[in-house]
Design a protein around this ligand. Structure first.
Ligand code: ADP
Ligand code: GLC
Length: 490
């Protein structure tokens, strides 16, 4: 089996969130499971710079005129000898700002033109454009690659496609007239195709045409099939003959392990937590917090967007700090959240710090320093920060939803008694429930023997990529079988 992984992000080259961590780790895990896969990425400046020994495979369409993007293959520096494919177009990808939006945070107006070429590249490769490697499965991640399953289907190619939803709230919706830029046949414009209530939807295009659909936790796989979290696509998902698989993300423990983390002032593990105390003191000192090992140090490492539910944390913050707790927030995003945490830092000097940045080193240092990582998301497809928190001996405090519910066992009295607890959870998304969970956290913190048992349990958890890879291989097989069954029918 040869699998093309089509995505917009991959660690360590391009990252805005967990998608990058997943796409960066999956190929190696698949290789260990006996499946070769190659990445297909847009040629953002960092990707172009990492591309070694480039060879042009083919010229891609450019329906709007101008210089067409090129499909280029080569090695990507951080990934060793593995070959990858890159869509090269300086005009589309080499711009200041982020992968999806400009420096002011506004989505690029031509995003449909920027991501449609991933689909054409997948189609060209499935057709045999690279005589040295032809995928028989295209694995499309999120809406950015969502057009790929549609492009394969309308071209009548035999490669199977798998669509993974990392976040259904982002769908790649564009005005109807953009359809003319997509290089798809007119028949694709319809309710069975890429059209969604009069617009083009890249996500729907993927869901409608892929032979298999998955999302990144079992619970979110159920949630997206219901109107509350289905973001208008729950009907499409329920109708898919293959159902929606829920494959929990793993953690790359080669990158995320406190015993071998180069970013930490002192390394540690579950057997010897002295290094964690040193990391905590260093962070407190470095960020202007009171240096106090007895203060419960809470942390947030997150995009500051409505999904993450941090408005709820702001509402209950005074109570959360009342017992001497501290909060460090690493993140940037919505102006009201940035301003809310900045105001909290001004109101509680020595107790609250806001680091308005995207900083990989600081993220590692904060997981290592924190006693608790708060993830009150409204919805969460999987969530990785609660997993990193556990690996670093910080207890996650989470809203019991999506992947957070699948990975964190609340420290109820029963779970404590059975030695199953790995964090804290609240069930209703409202300030009273979050406040109650924070109060329980404070009480647990004041009982060091109990805290330590939960911490040990959390640190012992393993969310392995090898397990996830085995599940993906099974899904690829299902997609291949369904694709050949369709060919027989045709
Ligand atoms: P999402 O993908 O929805 O943002 P995840 O929990 O799956 O949420 O993944 C978030 C990833 O982004 C994690 O690797 C986390 O460490 C990282 N991250 C989030 N905010 C920041 C930040 N400000 N600086 C560095 N890394 C961050
Ligand atoms: C998305 C989700 C997050 C998930 C990540 C990786 O960004 O918001 O929950 O962990 O993708 O799959």
């Amino acid at each position: 089996m040869r699998v093309l992984q089509a995505a917009a992000e991959a660690v360590p080259l391009v990252k805005t969130g967990g998608l990058a961590d997943v796409v960066g780790a999956l190929p190696d895990a698949l290789a260990r499971a006996g499946v070769t896969s190659r990445l297909l990425l847009p040629g953002f400046a960092a990707v172009r710079a990492a591309l070694k020994s480039p060879r042009t495979v083919t010229t891609l369409p450019c329906p709007w005129g101008g210089v067409p993007p090129l499909l280029v293959t080569g090695r990507l520096e951080p990934f060793g000898d593995a070959l990858a494919y890159v869509v090269v177009s300086p005009k589309l990808f080499e711009r200041p700002g982020g992968p999806y939006s400009d420096a002011s945070g506004a989505a690029w107006a031509d995003n449909h033109r920027r991501f449609a070429p991933l689909a054409w590249a997948a189609r060209a490769l499935a057709r045999g454009a690279d005589s040295r490697w032809q995928p028989n499965v295209v694995h499309a991640h999120d809406w950015h690659a969502g057009l790929a399953p549609a492009a394969l289907a309308y071209a009548g190619l035999s490669a199977a496609s798998v669509m993974t939803i990392h976040n259904l709230a982002h769908q790649g919706l564009f005005p109807a007239q953009t359809f003319l830029d997509l290089d798809l046949p007119a028949t694709a414009w319809g309710v069975e195709g890429v059209e969604y209530w009069g617009q083009v939807s890249f996500m729907k295009a993927g869901l409608q045409h892929a032979q298999a659909i998955s999302t990144v936790s079992p619970r979110y796989a159920q949630e997206v099939q219901d109107s509350a979290l289905g973001c208008g696509l729950d009907g499409v998902l329920r109708a898919h003959p293959g159902g929606v698989a829920g494959i929990l993300n793993g953690v790359d423990y080669g990158v995320w392990h406190p015993r071998a983390d180069p970013y930490l002032v002192q390394r540690f593990d579950a057997a010897d937590l002295r290094g964690k105390a040193a990391c905590k003191a260093a962070l407190q000192r470095g960020q202007g917090l009171h240096v106090d090992e007895r203060a419960l140090l809470m942390a947030v490492v997150s995009r500051l967007t409505s999904q993450k539910g941090l408005d709820l944390l702001l509402q209950v913050l005074p109570q959360a700090l009342a017992h001497g707790g501290q909060l460090v927030v690493l993140g940037q995003g919505d102006a009201d959240l940035e301003e809310g945490f900045a105001a909290a830092a001004r109101a509680h000097p020595g107790q609250v710090a806001l680091l308005r940045a995207h900083d990989e080193a600081l993220a590692h240092q904060i997981f290592a320093a924190a006693d608790m990582v708060v993830v009150p998301s409204r919805f969460e497809p999987c969530g990785l920060t609660q997993l990193y928190a556990m690996a670093y001996g910080a207890l996650p405090l989470v809203h019991h939803v999506g992947g957070l519910a699948d990975t964190v066992v609340d420290a109820t009295l029963e779970a404590l008694e059975d030695d199953q607890a790995s964090g804290l959870a609240f069930h209703r998304f409202d300030p009273i429930s979050l406040e109650a969970a924070l109060r329980r956290a404070q009480l647990l913190w004041s009982r060091p023997a109990h805290w330590s048992r939960v911490q040990q349990r959390a640190m012992a958890q393993r969310f392995d990529w090898d397990r996830a890879a085995t599940e993906y291989v099974a899904l690829y097989r299902q997609a291949v079988a369904r694709r050949s069954a369709l060919a027989t029918l045709a």
